[in-house]
Write a protein that binds this ligand. Sequence first.
Ligand SMILES: Cc1cc2nc3c(=O)[nH]c(=O)nc-3n(C[C@H](O)[C@H](O)[C@H](O)COP(=O)(O)OP(=O)(O)OC[C@H]3O[C@@H](n4cnc5c(N)ncnc54)[C@H](O)[C@@H]3O)c2cc1C
Length: 492
Amino acid sequence: MNSNDDCSDETEIFDAIVVGGGPGGSTTASLIARDGNRVLLLEAETFPRYQIGESLLPSTIHGVCALLGVDDQLREAGFPVKRGGTFKWGANPEPWTFAFETSRNLPGPVSHAYQVERMKFDKILLDNAEKLGVDVRYNHSATGVVRDDDGRIAGVTYRDTTQQTRTATARFVVDASGSGSRLHNEVGGRREYSPFFRNLALFGYFEGAKRLPAPNSGNILCVAFDAGWFWFIPLSDTLTSVGVVVKHEMAAEIQGDPAEALEKLIAKCPLISDHLDGARRVEEGPYGQLRVRKDYSYDRTSIWAPGMCLVGDAAVFIDPVFSSGVHLSTYSGMLAARTINSVLAGDIAEEAGWQEFEFRYRHEFALFRDFVTAFYEMHVDEDSYFWQARKIAGQPGDAKAAFAELVGGVAGLDFARPDLDSPEGNTTDLVRAAAALTSVTTNSDEDGTCPVPEDTSPVVIGALSAMVPHSAKHDAAFTDRLAVSPDGLRWC
Ligand SMILES: Cc1cc2nc3c(=O)[nH]c(=O)nc-3n(C[C@H](O)[C@H](O)[C@H](O)COP(=O)(O)OP(=O)(O)OC[C@H]3O[C@@H](n4cnc5c(N)ncnc54)[C@H](O)[C@@H]3O)c2cc1C
């Protein structure tokens, strides 16, 4: 075993080691543990910890979070309900609104997401990982990887709470340590920053801002103006996350005096200054700081190597206008877990598993990257954006519904498109996913299907028909691809 650090002699052995306890890491670790494997998760900080990325998508809440078994907890947490988004964007001088419920893939009970304080949301997910048996260690920072004699990644070195360097080995290492990852280069290839999205974001928090009129008071509001665009995200009845995205040429001005820069930019954007009229910027506690982020849009030429993969921001990220970050991190975590579980179980060869992971992850990332790029064309109106969404997602039918579906995170390969007009619907998927989503019972029948538990609620049934990870036969794009196991935890 080779590593660059001087290490303590004690080496612990796991099936998988996950670096980072954000949504990408907690999802990956939970779903690997849930398949009966031993998982170590190293998190550099203590939770709750601050993170940006507060506006979520229905795919995360009713898809991956249902699979994790935290959807009830999220519903009870009292997060503002996000029914869609309101934009002042493009050629139309008036704000326009879309609702997730426009999409047939997001019927009634699943036609919303939440706006979350990440300190609370990330803790719910990581506490749940611990409940599922993951060995979660806070204040433990990964410092490097270790390789076996063949060069395969076979573990990590990390610093524990006493600053002692230790080693742990595993069949698989997952880097979920975010944009600041120290490990991502270990899979080879390189991170490629987007020249088009070389933007900079400045953000803070306000108490007492106005709200959009009901029923859209929980919507994200995005407002384009001469210098860039603002987000306005209600996090509670009184707390609002406000950020502005501008060209990197404004970096000196913004970093010189962020408070003055934010005030000036707000004054230039009438819809945002109107919503902040009478509000007070928070100046104490975790929300008291104005923060700046730049160089956050990037792709990567490699996202796995034998023994290791990258998920979430450690791998790729694209501009936040459609709030796709947590969706992509939890989705890639779910894909990585399926590959790792399948290889650990001896079901498939490792390379085939990583190819499936990469194919689906890149497909989902490309949907958002291509659509966000088209969305930055400001000289067209919303109907044109809707048609672009329809084209990019390759969806037949209503263009506004295609838009809601794409930005709801359910236009990709892992969410069923139930044929609601067919007498059979997609009963098989519906039945299969019940077991995964409810986690209430159930042992598989002899034929491999799982019965729907008797107490499955209408919400779960609604979620199932829209959000279930589905099998190859439902989608032509899946020809020659691996399918998803009935419980959603492996490829088959
Ligand atoms: C301006 C801006 C606005 C955004 N708005 C949104 C939004 O509205 N909605 C949305 O969904 N997304 C948004 N995002 C994206 C979102 O912040 C990220 O995509 C998301 O947090 C990624 O999750 P993750 O789990 O991959 O990484 P993270 O959430 O960054 O978690 C990584 C974890 O790894 C830990 N870690 C780091 N290094 C180590 C180490 N060496 N050892 C152990 N642990 C380590 C960190 O402490 C951290 O807890 C936004 C991003 C930006 C830049």
